[in-house]
Design a protein around this ligand. Structure first.
Ligand code: SIN
Length: 274
């Protein structure tokens, strides 16, 4: 899991050949790190767009002034965008936009300000986690579905939505085991932040199963801990991972984030049965 990719330069666009190698590496390794990039929002946005449509985040108050396809994730910055939620944005395990009917293929985070210590980002590989489930559990969850909701269990890391924002974000249902559309590998597609319940089970059974799946997926052997450096760009395959910003710093920290939308059929309305 994870790959370090040197040699990108914001003075020039990424060639098709390099883009395909990066895209392939992201699929194979789930997390890719591209160090030493200048802060160039236009380059970042153009790079992100190569992976699919960039989705403007629901919290439009944090959109970057130069591009609504880029969000500012700031803490202790003393700026208007600096988050004041109980814990930092993303400081809970989640996969971006799992609370949307069309969730996210990938995320890119770029570090502009870092605390002297802490502020790492943890990533859990949900493809590895699925592979290491017992056969009995694989069988049990094979055809289950789960309901996801914005802000469900985020420990105060997500601000309340405005009425307008709320009206466009009803609960959504996704399969618990998702076949990755590109690698065709099965992935455990539930996360503590946004997954409320398993629909086919009684509430207590659903809670128990989710806790079992989360405890399994969060074992250190499935995790990569990203230690940031200024100018680093971290790409994550959201279809095959969940991530969590570590809440252990009090100095300024700021990321620029791009979210790549869903490019497979998971985003399309399902035919109702019966
Ligand atoms: C996020 O979850 O989008 C933010 C992660 C981070 O700040 O490390």
């Amino acid at each position: 899991m994870g790959a370090l990719i040197w040699g990108l330069d914001t003075a020039q666009p990424v060639s098709d050949a390099d883009f395909h190698r990066i895209e392939q590496t992201l699929l194979e390794r789930v997390a890719v790190v591209m160090p030493d990039l200048a802060e160039d929002v236009t380059w970042l946005r153009n790079f992100g767009r190569r992976f699919g449509p960039l989705v403007p985040h629901i919290l439009d108050q944090y959109h970057h002034p130069d591009s609504f396809e880029v969000s500012i994730i700031a803490r202790h910055m003393g700026t208007a965008q600096s988050r004041t939620t109980a814990i930092p944005a993303g400081a809970f395990w989640h996969s971006d936009l799992s609370y949307e009917a069309a969730p996210s293929d990938a995320i890119f985070l770029y570090a502009t300000h870092l605390p002297t210590e802490g502020g790492d980002t943890l990533v859990a590989n949900m493809c590895m986690a699925y592979d290491k489930l017992s056969d009995a559990l694989k069988q049990k969850i094979q055809s289950l579905t789960a309901t996801h909701r914005w802000g469900w269990n985020t420990g105060g890391g997500t601000p309340a939505l405005s009425t307008d924002q709320q009206s466009t974000h009803p609960d959504v249902v996704h399969p618990v085991v998702r076949i990755h559309p590109k690698t065709r590998r099965p992935v455990l597609y539930v996360n503590p932040g946004y997954t409320m319940k398993i629909n086919e089970l009684a509430p207590s059974e659903s809670d128990d199963l989710l806790q079992t799946l989360f405890a399994h997926a969060l074992q250190p052997e499935f995790q990569y801990r990203h230690k940031w450096a200024l100018g680093s760009l971290l790409g994550l395959d959201n279809r095959a991972s969940m991530h969590c910003a570590v809440n252990d710093y009090t100095e300024p920290r700021q990321m620029l984030r791009m979210i790549v939308g869903c490019t497979d059929s998971l985003g399309k309305p399902q035919q109702a049965s019966g």
